[in-house]
Design a protein around this ligand. Structure first.
Ligand code: NAD
Length: 505
């Protein structure tokens, strides 16, 4: 069998079944660990967007899912979570051959997050106030006032390549649980796992047409979804640049949008930090998943008094991170997602050198047995970075840490907030009272104290400033996937008791 024939082909998933595209066009999925073609995926056009939207809309209007009770929906979603566990191995494989995520990350964190996200969303949705009766206001006359939560309709979810499944699930779980239909457009590098999820959801009992996946370029398929008049909401995770464009495009039909965008998180090391905890914590905060995490701690602000000591210890400990094939359990850092991403990261490293930052370690493609064909980059640390340098202001989305010196807490806070982003931040200190006081001064949606990358499925996640609009996860996410309707019922037949009539009679 030739390699070509072994490559799995993936059509679209529309209305509960695998759906080929009319043009027959496909695009290649490249394994970042080897640069080989690992799968072929259908390239949708606007025609298929139309088909997916019409199916999602008619399914929504039919009430087959939108009229189900929360308990009935919960049963299907719990079944869906079981299917994910049963198919975990295949899901991990599909993610690995497209995203380059390590086995340790995919099997050790992502699968659990998918299951926990579904289970936690179900739990919160069962406690959710779908109908709330407001306290009586006598000025309105005898009446009852209720707030009723209803599904929005058709949701388009547009997702990035770094955590393809986890970030899709943050949208799929609340959208489905609240009764919406959803169309997911995954990033072109990483659609395989999301396609599999849609198939598993239908096997779990989700009616056809409720969860659809279409694959293809953001510039055509994504735009067609964002501007479609039958799409009620766009839930987007990706770069701030594309987020801005989505916000503009969505304005034509005044769609609801939630945007989870970029970050350039500051990690502040106070002079009293316990370096035994802080050094590995900083490295996990920035090098996990080869730095391709929106909330990574990429700007490290270190106090004068411990500056050189921290840099030396970081460089020493970085040597312990094994860069290698993601399928090897010994690997701590796999490849970056694509050649394009690798080139972008390398050009940022060049820019750091030319702007005068001091390269402490890394700085080039990683070499070694089995690495030559993949997109591997050495974990890279720059010291003596000024906060106005490009490497401190722009999101690199790769394994590059910028270390900045500060001498007072006021200066640290000023530098921490001197960014267009506000997704996350961190503080390393033995004094948690002081750390909490500083946390209050940082403009960011999530703050970690003596930790990093810790998510709870019941705590909202999202950005201040240009890191986003709205929140995912937790109870806030359920609100984001509903409309609220106020129903006022007059509870009298006596006209002289109606507050409004005397205004004109
Ligand atoms: P990207 O913005 O390039 O693409 C994201 C998605 O948008 C993809 O599916 C892409 O096909 C689609 N897209 C591109 N152009 C479009 C257009 N004109 N209209 C509609 N859709 C379009 O982002 P990426 O490179 O896939 O992911 C990396 C970025 O995502 C980083 O900036 C990172 O910070 C961000 N991110 C943010 C979060 C968060 O929660 N805040 C999480 C992960 C990643």
């Amino acid at each position: 069998m030739s390699t070509e024939t072994m490559v799995q082909q993936f059509p679209l998933f529309i209305n509960g079944k695998w759906t080929p595209v009319e043009s027959g066009e496909t695009f290649d999925i490249i394994n970042p660990a080897t640069s080989e073609v690992s799968a072929k995926v259908s390239k949708a056009s606007e025609k298929e967007v139309e088909l997916a939207v019409q199916n999602a809309r008619s399914t929504f209007e039919s009430g087959v899912w939108s009229n189900k009770t929360p308990e009935e929906r919960a049963q299907v979603l719990m079944q869906f979570s079981k299917k994910i566990i049963e198919h975990a191995q295949e899901i991990v494989y599909l993610e690995a051959i497209s995203s380059g995520g390590t086995l340790r990350k995919l099997a050790g964190a992502d699968i659990q997050q998918l299951v926990l996200c579904l289970q936690q969303t179900v739990k919160q949705a069962l406690e959710y106030k779908y109908v709330e009766t407001l306290p009586v206001v006598t000025a309105l006359g005898p009446s009852r006032n209720q707030l009723i939560r209803e599904p929005l309709g058709v949701v388009a979810a547009i997702t990035p390549w770094n955590f393809p499944l986890v970030l899709a699930m943050w949208k799929i779980a609340p959208a489905l649980m609240m009764g919406n239909s959803i169309i997911v457009k995954p990033a072109s590098n990483t659609p395989l796992g999301t396609l599999k999820l849609a198939e598993l959801a239908v096997e779990a009992g989700l009616p056809p047409g409720v969860f659809n996946v279409i694959t293809g370029p953001g510039s055509t398929v994504g735009e067609a979804l964002v501007t479609h008049k039958e799409v009620d909401k766009v839930a987007f995770t990706g770069s701030t640049e594309v987020g801005r464009s989505i916000m503009k495009q969505a304005s034509g039909t005044v769609k609801k949008v939630t945007l989870e965008l970029g970050g350039k998180a500051p990690a502040i090391v106070l002079p009293d930090a316990d370096l035994e905890v802080t050094i590995p914590g900083i490295l996990f905060g920035v090098f996990f998943h080869s730095g391709q995490v929106c909330e990574s701690g990429t700007r490290l602000l270190v106090h004068d008094s411990i500056y050189e000591e921290v840099i030396a210890k970081l460089a020493e400990m970085t040597k312990k991170i094994k860069v290698g094939n993601p399928m090897d359990l010994a690997t701590g850092m796999g490849p970056v997602v694509s050649k394009q991403q690798m080139d972008t990261i390398l050009s940022y490293i060049e820019s750091g050198i030319s702007e005068g930052a001091r390269l402490v370690c890394g700085g080039k493609r990683a070499a070694g047995p089995g690495l030559d064909q993949g997109y591997y980059i050495e974990p890279t640390i720059f010291a003596d970075v000024q906060n106005d340098m490009k490497i401190a202001q722009e999101e690199i989305f790769g394994p590059v840490l910028s270390v900045i010196r500060y001498s007072t807490e006021e200066e640290a806070i000023r530098i921490a907030n001197d960014t267009i982003y506000g997704l996350s931040a961190g503080i390393w200190s033995r004094d948690v009272v002081k750390a909490n006081k500083l946390a209050a001064k940082i403009k960011a949606g999530t703050i970690w104290i003596n930790d990093w990358h810790m998510f709870r499925m019941d705590a909202p996640f999202g950005g201040y400033k240009q890191s986003g609009v709205g929140r995912e996860l937790g109870r806030n996410a359920l609100d984001e996937y509903t409309e609220v309707k106020h129903v006022h019922t007059a509870l009298t037949n006596e006209n002289d008791q109606r507050a409004g009539l005397k205004l004109i009679f």
